[in-house]
Design a protein around this ligand. Structure first.
Ligand SMILES: [Zn+2]
Ligand SMILES: [Zn+2]
Length: 174
């Protein structure tokens, strides 16, 4: 049983796009692990109205993390460690919280929609993004390969690797 990081009580297991995620009935937050988030981002089952996509698009795509996010001090429901805020894909403006020991990711109400809309938009403009992120990706890849040299069994798949970069697991300087 997993409890809501906002203290609402226990989360409810919900089927979503082929995976089971833990959802809070009260604050509508979601707890899931990286592989589940990766799966959801890859799967295009959910669709949204153009109006909704437009409103989300206006809201997202901002770099940095507001101080108020740092003050939240959300604890991982599995290990109780503080989950620092991460700007998903570095500059999406979608601030998620991730367990430093990789137990999972906390998404506030609506953030799963925002991530999917952001990633679909991002894929549409992948060629521009490639040049935008090329240097950062090269640096992250070098760090990733250095890590693999230490323990090859820890290597995530190519997609998970890219997704992990955007989750901020692999740190690099821009
Ligand atoms: Zn809650
Ligand atoms: Zn944890």
């Amino acid at each position: 049983m997993v409890n809501c990081v906002n203290g609402c009580g226990s989360l409810k297991a919900v089927a979503y796009e082929g995976v089971t995620i833990d959802s809070c009935n009260s604050c509508l937050g979601i707890w899931l692990d990286y592989s589940e988030l990766t799966h959801i981002v890859k799967t295009k089952e959910q669709s949204w109205s153009n109006e909704y996509i437009e409103s989300i698009t206006n809201e997202i795509d901002k770099p940095g993390i507001h101080n108020s996010e740092n003050d939240r001090n959300l604890s991982c429901p599995k290990c109780n460690e503080v989950m620092p805020p991460v700007n998903y894909q570095y500059s999406s403006g979608i601030i998620i919280n991730t367990c430093p020991s990789n137990h999972g990711v906390w998404l506030d109400s609506g953030e799963l929609d925002k991530i999917q809309i952001f990633m679909e938009k991002w894929r549409e403009t992948a060629s521009q993004n490639q040049s935008k992120y090329a240097a950062a990706l090269a640096e992250a890849k070098a760090q990733h390969e250095a890590q693999l040299a230490i323990d090859p069994s820890q290597g995530p798949s190519r997609f998970e690797f890219i997704n992990a970069i955007f989750l901020g697991i692999l740190k690099f300087t821009e």
